[in-house]
Design a protein around this ligand. Structure first.
Ligand code: PLP
Length: 395
């Protein structure tokens, strides 16, 4: 529609949200769909967090908050960064936003000029590329393969850098691949980045706690990277608080100040009740949510076992988050039940129509050979979904 801006016309609709909408639509028609498309824990919010939100309402929290978030929430975030990551921040380095998605959008808006290049080790989270484009940046994918566990190598990183490179954005644990970068692997990337001091690193650590290796490491923990790394985190995944919309950053003061300015013109401060509840969520030790991590670990085992029985699926062992990202390219060029499968999108659509299982095409994550399945679903749903997929593939 040319009445709309070029900006929005050139933007992709979020593939994960589009699949979720399609799933809802089919469910509303009475069709029994199993949704493995959304990255959303199926747990309810821990009781002590809910209580603190109720208390905040009773305590009459209702006003606009400071644009960058409540001071005592900043303190709780500072304590969390110290406790979990051994990172030291001042309040002026912390900005609280309406979800990590807004934290990321702020960053691209304040850092990118037209034509600035953004390195995205692929597969990457669905919104990075479009957020960059809206801000005038040019996403540059760095492809990886299942053989390197979908992790970018130092050589590939260095090769992708040009004089126009402004940012690198990645998540660890990674959505969609579940890969976790170790300290050693990050150091190798840091050794390349030290040679290019103008590149800023955006480290998306929203899956920090959903890590089955038990070892989370942040690029910002390297002394020579601290001043140029922005850590993005939030409460959506670890605390099952997706709808409460709280995310935050810790980073260089000059960047935080700019995010504050941007947010002040776009949304103002994040929801006041959710900010109060986030204080409680972060003040409690991660051991309180370990039961969710344990459950995800068990479901990962189940889904990997079941997927290994499907011929044509090639899957690595994800070490974190709650996704598997099988390579399904073995099906490309085939005709199943009269339907031609040439791309991951065709395959994902086929599974929706023939298996009644919602997945997301890897094309949305910059990897055209794979599809993403979320195992943030009940064991019963996972078992039924994989059974249906197998049947739909006539296996
Ligand atoms: N970053 C990654 C890697 C994600 O998977 C998500 C959510 O799916 C987000 C950021 C956004 O999270 P939030 O709910 O805090 O906006």
């Amino acid at each position: 529609d040319n009445r709309l801006s070029k900006r929005v016309n050139e933007m992709e609709t979020s593939a994960t949200l589009a699949m979720a909408a399609k799933t809802r639509e089919l469910k509303d028609q009475g069709i029994d769909i199993i949704g493995l498309s959304l990255g959303e824990p199926d747990f309810t919010i821990p009781e002590y967090i809910k209580e603190s939100a109720i208390q905040a309402i009773k305590d009459d929290y209702h006003s606009y908050t400071p644009v960058d978030g409540y001071g005592d929430l900043k303190q709780a975030i500072i304590t969390k960064f110290k406790r979990d990551n051994n990172l030291t921040y001042k309040p002026s380095q912390i900005i609280i936003s309406t979800g990590a998605k807004q934290s990321l959008a702020n960053l691209t808006m304040v850092l990118l000029n037209d034509g600035d290049e953004v390195l995205l080790p692929a597969p990457y989270w669905v919104s990075y590329a479009d957020q960059c484009k809206v801000a005038g940046g040019v996403p540059k994918e760095i492809p990886t393969t299942i053989e390197t566990d979908f992790k970018v190598t130092a050589e590939a990183l260095e090769e992708a850098i040009t004089p126009n490179t402004k940012l690198i954005i990645y998540s660890s644990p990674c959505n969609p691949s579940g890969s976790v970068y170790s300290e050693k692997e990050l150091r190798k990337l840091a050794d390349v980045l030290v040679k290019y001091p103008d590149i800023i690193i955006i480290s998306d650590e929203i899956y920090e706690h959903i890590n089955f290796t038990g070892k989370h490491f942040s690029m910002a923990q390297f002394e020579d990277m601290y001043d140029r790394t922005v850590v993005v985190n939030g409460v959506s995944k670890a605390f099952a608080m997706t709808g409460w919309r709280i995310g935050y950053i810790g980073g260089p003061e000059w960047i935080a100040r700019a995010c504050n300015k941007m947010q002040g013109q776009v949304t103002s401060g994040a929801n006041c009740i959710a900010q109060r509840a986030t204080i409680t969520a972060l003040e409690n030790p991660p051991s309180k949510i370990q039961f969710m991590v344990d459950a995800f670990k068990e479901r990962r085992r189940i889904i990997l076992d079941l997927l290994s029985e499907i011929k044509g699926f090639k899957t690595n062992e994800p070490e974190g988050a709650f996704y598997v990202f099988p390579d399904v390219s073995a099906f490309f060029g085939k005709t199943l039940r009269g339907k031609n499968i040439n791309t991951a999108s065709d395959f994902s659509l086929y599974l929706l129509e023939e298996a009644r299982v919602a997945t997301v095409t890897g094309e949305a994550f910059g990897d055209p050979n794979c599809i993403r399945l979320s195992y943030a679903a009940s064991e019963k749903e996972i078992r039924e979904a994989i059974k249906r997929i197998k049947e739909a593939l006539d296996q």
